[in-house]
Write a protein that binds this ligand. Structure first.
Ligand code: GLU
Length: 322
C-alpha cells in the first residue's frame, strides 16, 4: 500500500464551548471510518474566530475525545497559529485574479431577496464583482472590505462540481446557484472557514472528511478551492445530526447534554459510545460499547441507509442516564 492509499481522517472541533453529543457522534464516526480502514487521524482545533480562541476550552475538547476512547496520530494543530499558510493561499488566488474586495454587509445581503444556499447564507448577487479601482479605494477609506472568490457563471461547466458522498451518494452542485462568489476572508481580517479547511486538509494529508450533514453544502466550495490551489480534494462522508424531539439541532446551549455534564453525572464512556452507535444502527440499541470494539462493525452501508437526523428523545436520554 503506498502512502497515498492510507486513509487519513480528521477531527476538526471548534472550541466555542464544551463538546456536546452531536460533536461526539461526528467525532466517533470519523474515527471509526478511518480506523476501520486501517487509517490514521489528525486533530485540528478550529480556533480561527477570536471568539472561539480559548486554550482552556480546546483542552477540554481534547480531553473529551480521549475520554471517549478516540485517539489520533498527528496534532493537535491550532488554526490560530497557521495564518501564514492562509495568507499564502489568499495571495495565490489574488495573483490569479480570482478574488475581489467586497463591501456588502451581512445585513444588506440578508435583506436582499436573493435565493439562499443550503446552509442558509444568501447566494451572493455579485454586487461588488466589478467595482473600479477608484471605487474600491474610495470605499476602503470608510470600511475594510471582505474578500470573495469569483466562481464561474452557471453555464460554465467548470463551476459544476460533482462528487460522491460516502453516505449521500452522487451529488452535483452548480456553485453559481449554490452560493455564488463566496467569502475567503471576512472584513475583520479573519480567514473564512472554507479556505482554512481546504488549506489545512491538504497540508495535513487528509484523504477523508467525515462530519455532520449540515456541512454537506460546503463540499462543492471546498472541492473547487482545493483544485484552484492545486490539491486533490479529499473524500467526504456526512453523518446525521443529533436533534431535539422538536427537530431543533442540539447545540452547545444544551448544557446538560454536553460531555462535561455527562461526565460529572458519572456516565461511563462505553454508555455514551454505545448509545450513539446504537442510534446510528451500527449495533443493537441498548448495548454498551467502547470505541475500539466498534472498529470491526463500522460500515458506511449502515450510515448510508439512514440519512434522517437522530432524535434525542426520552428513550435515548433514559438510556444515557440509566
Ligand atoms: N469546525 C467545524 C465544527 O466544529 C467542523 C468543520 C469541518 O469538519 O469541516 O463544526
Amino acid at each position: 500500500m503506498s502512502e497515498k492509499d492510507v486513509v487519513r481522517g480528521r477531527f476538526a472541533p471548534t472550541p466555542s464551548g464544551r463538546m456536546h453529543l452531536g460533536n461526539a457522534f461526528s467525532a466517533l464516526m470519523a474515527w471509526l471510518s478511518a480506523r476501520s480502514a486501517g487509517g490514521e487521524m489528525v486533530l485540528r482545533i478550529e480556533d480561527l474566530d477570536p471568539r472561539a480562541r480559548s486554550r482552556e476550552r480546546a483542552e477540554a475538547l481534547i480531553d473529551d475525545l480521549a475520554w471517549l476512547g478516540l485517539d489520533w496520530d498527528l496534532g493537535p494543530v491550532f488554526q490560530s497559529e497557521r495564518g501564514v499558510r492562509y495568507d499564502a493561499a489568499l495571495a495565490h488566488l489574488a495573483d490569479a485574479g480570482l478574488t475581489y474586495p467586497c463591501f456588502c454587509t451581512r445585513a444588506e445581503l440578508h435583506a436582499a431577496s436573493a435565493p439562499h444556499a443550503s446552509d442558509g447564507t444568501p447566494v451572493y448577487p455579485g454586487t461588488c464583482r466589478d467595482l473600479s479601482p477608484d471605487e474600491v479605494a474610495r470605499r476602503s477609506a470608510t470600511r475594510p472590505p471582505a474578500t470573495r472568490l469569483r466562481v464561474p457563471d452557471a453555464d460554465d461547466p467548470t463551476g459544476t462540481i460533482e462528487f460522491c458522498d460516502l453516505a449521500w451518494g452522487p451529488r452535483r452542485e452548480v456553485l453559481a446557484r449554490e452560493c455564488g462568489d463566496f467569502l475567503v476572508r471576512r472584513s475583520d481580517g479573519v480567514v473564512a472557514y472554507q479556505l482554512a479547511v481546504v488549506v489545512d486538509d491538504a497540508e495535513m494529508g487528509v484523504t477523508q472528511v467525515v462530519r455532520g450533514r449540515d456541512l454537506l453544502g460546503s463540499c462543492a466550495r471546498q472541492i473547487y478551492l482545493a483544485r484552484l490551489l492545486g490539491h486533490e480534494p479529499p473524500a467526504f462522508g456526512h453523518v446525521p445530526l443529533l436533534v431535539a424531539p422538536d427537530g431543533r439541532r442540539l447545540s452547545k446551549r444544551e448544557r446538560d447534554l454536553d460531555l462535561g455534564a455527562l461526565r460529572e453525572r458519572g456516565v461511563r464512556p462505553e454508555r455514551v459510545v454505545g448509545t450513539l452507535a446504537g442510534a446510528a444502527g451500527l449495533i443493537e440499541p441498548g448495548t454498551d460499547a467502547s470505541a475500539s470494539e466498534l472498529v470491526g462493525v463500522f460500515s458506511w452501508d449502515a450510515l448510508a441507509a439512514r440519512r434522517e437526523d437522530i432524535v434525542v428523545d426520552a428513550a435515548l436520554l433514559a438510556r444515557l442516564a440509566g
